[in-house]
Design a protein around this ligand. Structure first.
Ligand SMILES: Nc1nc2c(c(=O)[nH]1)N[C@H]1C(S)=C(S)[C@@H](COP(=O)(O)O)O[C@H]1N2
Ligand SMILES: [Mo]
Length: 415
């Protein structure tokens, strides 16, 4: 769960469940407000407009090499570049994970359709952008982190390479998300008590891999999670969502693997039976020797990690003090403390925490190091959270390289 902002001033009628007439009245009453606030906030930052700016064909924003490492259709944030940023990841630095490419949608044409046999009367329910924005708003700071963040270390550190995008640790970003509660929208749509799964689907192009069309990106959420703390976000860090991060509206599922946070959401199926897609069957489950033959259950919560704000292989001058910084995070609970080692794991000491640890987002830390001996070495950082989770020395492997949580041996060279 993320840190929640103060409760909103207006609430939808909760009990008894509103009828469609109540909903229409509510939306009509709030439409003046929606019209008044929409224009100023309704379009994302203008196009970069810089011809030849570094980037990817399927990504709208510029991806300068000092901020990102390009990996296929994706862009990984360089942790070294976060050193000069605050607790939130600026949009300019936020990683992009696209199965296909960023669609440039117009909020005036956008509709959210909620449909399926899990709605009372089974009648589809539709909202416009203005109507969504007129619902009570919630604001939460939380990370979105790819399930495969850290994947490359299965290979480089454990000798067990995994398939998939070879992220180091930059498949994560923290933002302040503002939007409507998914639970409010599901209740307005008339979700019934016997709904078990809720499946948001993106408006980006269908995902085709090895000649197989898997349809649009979508992944079911259990109804209980969908009704808990999930947001239909239309703002990121105080501005409209950028195109690459889901404009006009994305799902944000606190603490869960990034694939749950469907960007460019266009419809949501509500079902009385379990739903399936590529993203909860062949992908985003744990396969391998330690898991059942058909794989684990679909993965849900992210895990615990730490990263130094330095390039891998950074060169540091010997004989003088360096203030080294990093970040640690855990999806289960706030970080309790971070232990660091500058001698490859022989000695450990506590890092100084910069932030008061909060659930749902990362904690910045620092330590001072005065390297003596020249040559290669490793920096290690190991987080412990308030639930007692500690980063282990190795992660039990899975073939697709999800949920890496081991302490990373960060190579450096003293010169
Ligand atoms: N519609 C849609 N939603 C999506 C994806 C996608 O390709 N299409 N990628 C998912 C994955 S795997 C991750 S990790 C996050 C990445 O969010 P970001 O690109 O805003 O960082 O979005 C998720 N939502
Ligand atoms: Mo992801």
């Amino acid at each position: 769960m993320c840190s929640a902002a103060p409760p909103p001033s207006r609430r939808l009628p909760r009990s008894p469940v509103p009828t469609r007439r109540d909903v229409l009245k509510l939306l009509a009453a709030s439409s003046v407000l929606a019209t008044a606030t929409t224009p100023a906030l309704a379009s994302p930052a203008p196009a970069p407009g810089v011809l030849g700016a570094p980037g990817l064909p399927g990504v709208h924003k510029p991806l300068p090499p000092e901020l990102f490492t390009l990996r296929g259709t994706n862009a990984e944030t360089s942790f070294a570049a976060l050193r000069s940023t605050g607790a939130l990841t600026p949009v300019s630095h936020f990683f992009v994970r696209n199965h296909t490419s960023t669609p440039l949608l117009d909020e005036r044409d956008w509709r959210l359709t909620v449909w399926g046999d899990g709605l009372r009367g089974q009648r589809p329910f539709t909202l416009t952008y203005g109507q969504l924005r007129s619902l009570p708003a919630v604001t939460r700071t939380c990370v979105v982190e790819c399930a495969g963040n850290g994947r490359s270390f299965f290979g480089s550190q454990q000798g067990q390479p995994a398939t998939g995008t070879a992220w180091t640790l930059g498949g994560i970003g923290a933002a302040r998300w503002r939007g409507a509660r998914l639970s409010d929208v599901l209740r307005l749509a008339g979700i019934s008590g016997d709904a078990v799964d809720v499946m948001p689907r993106g408006l980006d192009a269908p995902y085709v891999a090895d000649g197989v069309d898997h349809g649009r990106v979508r992944r079911p959420l259990p109804a209980a999670k969908a009704l808990d703390d999930v947001i239909l976000a239309y703002e990121m860090n105080g501005a409209p969502l950028p195109y690459d991060h889901g404009f006009p509206v994305r799902v944000v599922v606190p603490a869960w693997v990034g694939i749950a946070s469907i960007k460019w959401v266009g419809d949501i199926e509500v079902s009385t039976r379990p739903l399936q897609s590529l993203w909860n069957t062949q992908s985003y489950r744990l396969f391998g020797a330690a898991y059942p033959p058909g794989g684990s259950a679909p993965i849900t919560r992210q895990t615990i990690k730490s990263a130094w704000e330095l390039p891998l292989g950074a060169e540091l001058a010997g004989g003088r003090a360096h203030r080294l910084t990093g970040r640690s995070w855990s999806a289960a609970a706030p970080v309790r403390h971070v232990d660091v080692s500058t001698d490859g794991g022989a000695h450990w000491h506590r890092a100084r925490l910069t932030d008061r640890p909060r659930h749902g987002t990362w904690t910045r830390w620092s330590t001072t190091w005065r390297p003596k001996a020249e040559g290669p070495g490793h920096l290690l950082a190991r987080a412990t959270d308030t639930a007692g989770n500690v980063q282990p020395p190795t992660t039990v492997p899975n073939t697709q390289g999800y949920l890496f949580d081991a302490v990373v041996r960060h190579p450096v060279r003293v010169v």
